[in-house]
Design a protein around this ligand. Structure first.
Ligand SMILES: *Cc1c(COP(=O)(O)O)cnc(C)c1O
Length: 357
């Protein structure tokens, strides 16, 4: 399928950020977007790149009522040579299709959307920032557009990709964050939609996150929905704990998002000869390890922040300082390694990096 390109006229072009050190996350979007439509019986059609614009949507569009939506998040990085690359992008589109299946939405042709994404980035490549730590965030999104009041899978959908320059994800930068172990609200149950990147999961998480924020915490650490006993993940990151010499992360049982960064971290620490376990980890085990001084590190992993070290964990009113409230050695090593691969400062033995220009 050919991708039709309509370029923005000069008066449609937006002002680019002048100071890259002030880039935030998720506020700026570039001059163009990729779109395509789907109709049942016809499939996907009309893949195109257009000047960035608002969507016109019927007030009865099913996404607005029944939440049929899936999305992705990945980044394009600019190396020192000025060339642009992606990090394991196929993983994101495979996951998008898994999320879509879970939400009864149509799968996309991953080659086509990858091509559309690359063309979009190249068209707006002046927007890809140059400073260390900055990147171009990419947000592929699918929404149910069929106007219909009544719960059933929609017959028409829109897929689009929007992109924008971003700085470091956390205001604190790499300073360790304080996390609140949520003992009442839950994020996802076995059999639910926890492993899909779909809007409803995030809407459902807001109240707990707001209450935690009011108490001074950066993130909520979710426990399993059934027993409120096992650690799962935080807001938009998977979680790892280093207890003694074992690196532990929750298993993929359907309740957590199977992160690309999570998988990359597992691969790296395995290759570094550390013991990695994808296993159920009770919060009581974390607390006991913290009390005994055996909880060496805890960190979140995700595209936005890469590695986010945890400096304090609060559970049932008890505070535990992790790694002296500093970034631990393993967290730092992982961060350095992944960032070096992403910005092509180091050889990429895994074939994770994909050049686009
Ligand atoms: C996106 C996301 C992650 C991280 O996934 P990456 O592929 O590593 O970016 C983890 N948990 C949740 C809930 C997410 O939405």
């Amino acid at each position: 399928m050919e991708i039709k390109v309509t370029k923005a006229s000069s008066d449609q072009l937006k002002a680019k950020p002048t100071d890259e050190s002030k880039l935030g996350f998720g506020d700026l979007l570039t001059d163009h977007m990729f779109l395509m439509n789907y109709e049942a019986g016809k499939g996907w059609f009309d893949p195109r790149i257009e000047p960035f614009h608002d969507l016109q949507i019927n007030p009865a569009a099913m996404v607005l009522h029944y939440g049929q939506e899936v999305f992705e998040g990945l980044k394009a990085y600019r190396g020192k040579d000025g060339r642009i690359n992606l990090f394991r992008p196929a993983k994101n589109f495979e996951r998008l299709n898994r999320s879509a299946r879970r939400l009864c939405m149509p799968e996309v042709d991953t080659d086509l959307v990858m091509e559309g994404m690359k063309q979009l980035i190249l068209l707006d490549k002046e927007w890809v920032p140059h400073s260390p730590g900055t990147s171009l965030y990419i947000r592929p999104t699918m929404v149910a557009t069929e106007p219909h009041l009544g719960v059933r899978p929609a017959q028409s959908h829109l897929f689009y990709i929007i992109i924008g320059p971003v700085g470091a994800y956390y205001k604190e930068g790499l300073n360790p964050v304080r996390i609140y172990v949520e003992d009442f609200f839950v994020r996802a149950a076995v059999g639910g939609t926890g492993e899909a990147k779909t809007s409803g999961n995030y809407a459902a998480s807001l109240l707990a996150a707001e209450e935690a924020k009011e108490k001074g915490f950066t993130q909520v650490l979710w426990l399993d929905a059934k027993e409120r006993k096992y650690v799962e993940e935080v807001g938009t990151m998977n979680m790892f704990f280093l207890i003694d010499d074992e690196v532990i992360t929750a298993p993929l049982t359907g309740t957590i998002l199977p992160g690309v960064t999570r998988e990359s971290v597992i691969r790296l620490v395995t290759d570094w000869g550390l013991r990695v376990s994808e296993r159920s980890l009770a919060i009581d085990e974390v607390v006991q390890a913290a009390k005994d001084g055996r909880l060496k590190e805890a960190f979140g992993t995700g595209t936005a922040a890469v590695i986010s070290p945890v400096g304090q964990i609060t559970y049932m009113g008890q505070n535990f300082v992790v790694a002296g409230g500093k970034m631990g050695d393993l967290s730092q090593r992982l961060y350095d390694e992944i960032v070096a691969i992403q910005y092509r400062q180091k050889p990429d033995p895994y074939g994770w990096v994909e050049m686009i220009d």
